[in-house]
Design a protein around this ligand. Structure first.
Ligand code: NAD
Length: 440
């Protein structure tokens, strides 16, 4: 190991190294909190002055990170946050956790990674370790970050260190949090891997080194593509079961009793969030650069992307049964977050459903215990109360997210008709009410 590597290893060991996190969102903020918990004095940098101000006031804006995990450390000066990248001059390690969305053309938008890397490159000094955590296509760390960081003349693996380590955090999942989710690490050189593994070893229970940054990048895309393809399979099965008058949920639950070789996935109104609807397209884009067509990934995207249309079809049928048209009907969409028990609206299919119902002339409102308000189509929407009176006013309720804490028994009792895309009512099935439920 070079002298710089040895010095950094010793500083990490003694917790005198200062780790930094760039991008303090769903991924970066939990990491910042974990680094503080591990005994470091981390630095957080974000371009969003509002988030920085919130953290400085001891407030958390991420549901999974309680204010108590941040506020005392900020108060005592153990966590420093700011919008100024000059804070990175004091950092020994820098984790990049910025967004990686898609462009309108479904091509990767790596502009956030590039912007953050340029700021880091301008200040890079010997002995620093840079780790990219943002999900991206294989090759990003080697092809985009390395040339920018090495441009100042420092040698990777000797004077500075570079690795990729995908984030696997599952917002809203209390069972698996940053600490007990194994962390895959791939460095540009063995020294880079070793240092990055050492850093994560202070915050997570298990670190899994792999041979290269490209392998680590591909690992994350395999994980998320696996989900996208399997969800597409059950969504397709749900469409088929609908036509064959079978309950797809009953089929899946029974299949899941097989103790090997089967893992249950569940149908829904479409994919949402910043990962599953997006990440597979990073892979198919990169595949196209090599002249390879990822057919299964594209097909999965098409099937999952068509689910909101299917929900609309179910709405039409449910209303038709009551001799009503979509135009003029009052419809309540129950749940707008992309999955249960979180407040994240990114890519949420419920937003598409709200828009499509409005286009068809329905009088639409929504309820979501985690999202009190939202902006859609240049106007503000507020979550309505979920009480008997509101429910009785509706011609139909569309359940898109199965949040815990929602009184589905009340919904079941009071709603005239229900389209249940999440099988949210399975726990509260009551004889006699079945007829008014359209299940995905
Ligand atoms: N959300 C998840 O569940 C999840 C899970 C695993 C991996 N990921 C991946 O992690 C990455 C981050 O996702 P996220 O959900 O935390 O996003 P996010 O939008 O919640 O957070 C990103 C943060 O980066 C900040 N930012 C943007 N550009 C910046 C810049 N140039 N410099 C500094 N800060 C900047 C934003 O203000 C924001 O606070 C993405 O690549 C995503 O695919 C997300």
């Amino acid at each position: 190991m070079s002298g710089w590597a040895e010095t950094l290893a010793e500083r990490i060991e003694k917790r005198t190294a200062r780790p930094a996190v760039v991008g303090l969102g769903y991924v970066g903020l939990p990491l910042l909190a974990e680094l503080a918990r591990a005994g470091f004095r981390p630095i957080g940098v974000d371009v969003d002055a509002g988030k920085v101000a919130a953290l400085r006031e001891g407030r958390s804006y991420i549901l999974d990170v309680p204010a108590e995990a941040i506020a005392p450390a900020v108060g005592e000066g153990r966590i420093t946050v700011g919008t100024d990248f000059d804070l990175l001059r004091d950092a020994d390690t820098i984790d990049i956790c910025v967004p990686t969305p898609l462009r309108k053309t479904k091509d990767p938008d790596v502009s956030y990674i590039l912007a953050a890397t340029e700021e880091i490159a301008r200040r890079l000094r010997p002995g620093q370790l840079v780790i990219l955590e943002s999900t991206t296509y294989p090759g990003t760390t080697d092809e985009l970050l390395l040339p920018k960081l090495a441009a100042g003349g420092l040698t990777v693996g000797e004077e500075f260190f570079l690795a990729f380590s995908p984030e696997r955090v599952d917002p809203g999942n209390p069972r698996f949090v940053t600490r007990n989710i194994p962390k895959v690490v791939g460095g540009v050189t063995p020294a880079c891997t070793r240092l990055a593994c050492q850093l994560y070893g202070t915050t997570v229970e298990r670190v899994v080194p792999v041979s290269t940054t490209r392998v680590a990048e591909m690992v994350k895309l395999l994980e998320n593509t696996f989900r996208s393809v399997n969800i597409a399979l059950v969504n397709e099965l749900a469409l088929l079961c609908d036509r064959m008058d079978l309950n797809v949920w009953e089929v899946i639950e029974a299949a899941a009793t097989k103790p090997f070789g089967f893992m249950p996935f569940f149908p829904g109104p479409g994919l949402g969030g910043h990962c599953i609807p997006i990440d597979p397209f990073y892979l198919s884009w990169k595949a196209r650069q090599t002249g390879f067509e990822t057919r299964l990934i594209e097909l999965a995207g098409q099937i999952n992307g068509s689910m909101p249309e299917h929900v609309l079809d179910m709405v039409r049928r449910a209303l038709n049964r009551q001799s009503k048209a979509v135009r003029g009907s009052r419809i309540l969409v129950l749940g707008v977050a992309y999955k249960a028990d979180i407040d994240d609206l990114r890519e949420s299919p419920a937003l598409d459903i709200l828009g499509m119902l409005e286009d068809e002339g329905a009088r639409v409102c929504y309820h979501d215990p985690f999202v009190s308000g939202l902006e859609l189509r240049d106007r503000k929407w507020a979550s309505v109360r979920l009480d008997a009176a509101t429910l009785r006013e509706q011609d139909l309720v569309v359940i898109t997210t199965g949040h815990s804490g929602v009184d589905y028994r009340l919904v079941m009792r009071e709603a005239a008709a229900i389209v249940d895309t999440r099988n949210a009512l399975k726990e509260v099935r009551e004889p006699g009410h079945e007829a008014k439920i359209f299940r995905l």
